[in-house]
Design a protein around this ligand. Structure first.
Ligand code: UN1
Length: 498
């Protein structure tokens, strides 16, 4: 199916796809998919005002009823899965299965949010005063700003939007300017759910299309009490102080530098499969991608030779072709960043395997051989996130040292250990183990399910999205004390008789 058919199936009209100033190209072959219209910066104040007005109405709709909208969104996503998945492939360059997987992740979070809409529980708290009752109530927070990245152009939006909407918030979405089409398609899908829902206020979701200035407006606006941003650490460093200055709340999901420790007892066949999926899947462009392999010296050579064999046979090419496992990088700049990092790694003592640009038998995009780089230790390039399929390999002898090495980077998103030794497995998950937001045993660091809270520590930004109790960040907490007695006792035994 062509990109144009996919766009038409997703209800995007010629008028929306032509004549605009933002050119959208496909990483697959560099072809121009559309020229879309950008939201004028001057329009942002009106966007905020509309969102605030919608919030006033939406916050009083009972949460389970709000859940019904998300149930319908899940149904519409199921119906649009093939087309939206294909558009993710066209616009972000993912292989077919990963494009579809991304839409499945959206469906899953909708299911989660529907259940959540009946479970926005607060506590009942024992009061120290007679005839008093205390409780905690969770209220909607207000318009939520969502800034998302090209690599998960739709799933990360859905984690935020599905939860925010059942929490009674409204959403303003600024997608990456590299992937506006999937966002526009989601807005349409959402509107189909809205039409079936019936009586929702207008402008529950507004998608703004354009560059950094729109994001900056969102970050600075007093009308946006919660700002969820996914992207680079550099972006997070710019966003966080501005939001803090106005006492807004940030949910940051920034860089990762995810490691796997492979112990001497590991099931190597499983480890190899996990390594290859997490290091080269999505062409190394997940924030959870595996970037560092910390392997026990007793099995290092064996593991490396199996990995190099697997890497040498990887099908690289058009992500829409059946059987392809490695698609293109998003653009030329990403290819250059990969090449630069490999040069730096070599200069820092690394031995590079792979990493060349593939030009034969592939369309006209940035296709790179995934690289394995044996490093003498964790030099500066290893501590930096490069959004490309580069796997740095370091050896270790002592498990405590391996954990130290795993933690000795500025980022703290995801991590894992491959071992059949339960002492190592358990140690990895303790307070003295991995310092990351996600720590796994015998599975890779990427491809997390939506049920858990997603996010990480240190330069990853500290935010948590998706499952568990991540919803609390999208609401404001209120402590209530009710006096049903005829007395007015003061807490802490204070006397103040007049
Ligand atoms: C991201 O790369 O920004 O855990 C999100 C994963 C996916 C989400 C990645 N479920 O790899």
């Amino acid at each position: 199916m062509t990109a144009q058919t996919t766009l038409a199936n997703l209800d995007l009209s010629k008028a929306e796809l032509t004549g605009g100033t933002l050119k959208v190209t496909s990483p697959i072959d560099g072809s121009v998919l559309a020229e879309v219209h950008q939201t004028p910066e001057a329009e942002m104040e009106a966007v905020f005002a509309r969102s605030k007005a919608a919030f006033k109405a939406w916050r009083t709709v009972p949460a389970p009823r709000r859940g019904e909208l998300i149930r319908l969104l899940g149904e519409e996503l199921r119906a649009a899965k093939d087309d939206l998945g294909a558009l993710v492939s066209w616009e972000a360059g993912k292989i077919t299965s990963e494009g579809l997987g991304e839409v499945q992740e959206m469906i899953d979070i909708c299911d989660f949010a529907v259940g959540l809409s009946r479970q926005l529980y607060g506590l009942t708290i024992a009061s120290e005063r007679p005839g008093h009752r205390m409780m905690e109530t969770w209220h909607p927070a207000g318009p939520v700003g969502v800034i998302s990245a090209f690599n998960f152009p739709v799933a990360v939006w859905s984690w935020n939007a599905a939860i925010a909407l059942v929490c009674g918030d409204t959403v303003i979405w600024k997608p990456s300017e590299k992937t506006p089409l999937t966002a526009m398609a989601c807005q349409k899908i959402f509107e189909r759910a809205l039409a079936r829902f019936g009586d929702a206020p207008d402008h529950l979701l507004q998608t703004v299309i354009g560059g950094a200035a729109l994001g900056e407006a969102l970050v600075a606006s007093e009308d946006v009490p919660v700002l969820s941003a996914t992207g680079s650490t550099r972006m997070g460093r710019a966003v966080a102080p501005v939001v803090a200055q106005r006492f807004g709340k940030c949910i940051l999901e920034l860089g990762g530098n995810n490691a796997m420790i492979v112990g001497p007892s590991a099931d190597l066949e499983m480890a190899v499969r996990a390594i290859v999926f997490s290091a080269v899947g999505t062409a190394g462009q997940r924030c959870t991608s595996l970037r560092r392999l910390i392997v026990h010296n007793a099995i290092r050579e064996e593991l490396l030779s199996r990995l190099k064999k697997a890497y040498a046979g990887l099908p690289i090419g058009n992500p829409l072709d059946q059987g392809t496992l490695v698609g293109p990088l998003v653009d030329e700049a990403a290819g250059e960043a990969m090449t630069e990092s490999l040069k730096a790694a070599a200069a820092e003592g690394g031995q590079v395997f792979g990493g060349n640009r593939v030009t034969k038998g592939v369309p006209d995009g940035v296709y790179m051989e995934p690289a394995i780089v044996e490093m003498p230790n964790q030099t500066s390039v290893v501590k930096t996130e490069t959004f490309a399929p580069i796997l740095y390999v370091m050896g270790y002898d002592d498990f405590d040292y391996a954990i130290e090495m795993q933690n000795d980077v500025p980022q703290g998103l995801s991590s894992c250990v491959f071992t059949l030794n339960m002492r190592e497995a358990e140690q990895f998950l303790t307070a003295a183990g991995s310092d990351c937001g996600i720590a796994n045993v015998n599975i890779g660091p990427s491809g997390a399910e939506i049920g858990g809270a997603f996010g990480g520590e240190k330069e990853t930004g500290g935010g948590r999205e998706s499952g568990s109790d991540a919803w609390k960040a999208y609401m404001r907490r209120q402590t209530n004390t009710v006096n049903y007695s005829a007395e007015l006792p003061l807490a802490q035994g204070v006397k103040f008789d007049i």
